[in-house]
Design a protein. Sequence first.
Length: 101
Amino acid sequence: MPLTNQDIERIKGSGKSDFYHEDSHQLRNIDGRCFFLTEGGDCTIYEIRPEGCRFYPLIMALPHREAILDEECPYADEFMIVSEDIVSLNGLVDKLLEEEQ
């Protein structure tokens, strides 16, 4: 999961550390699972979770910017893609690309 600078600062502000790769601003995984997921699948930072997590399982397939549901999410069939989420996800992608520069 890519993290914005705001995501990183918000999560650090809660006292968390060592949760992302500094060179890529990607959230760390442990054994293929999000750093913040418990064995039972609960998010330990749900209230301050990264912006990209708020859209998941909706993801942006690059380079064509196609909004799709992540095939690896076991609950993807329970979600509907709505235009407001696509617009917001495009804004997130713009922000991430701008921060890379």
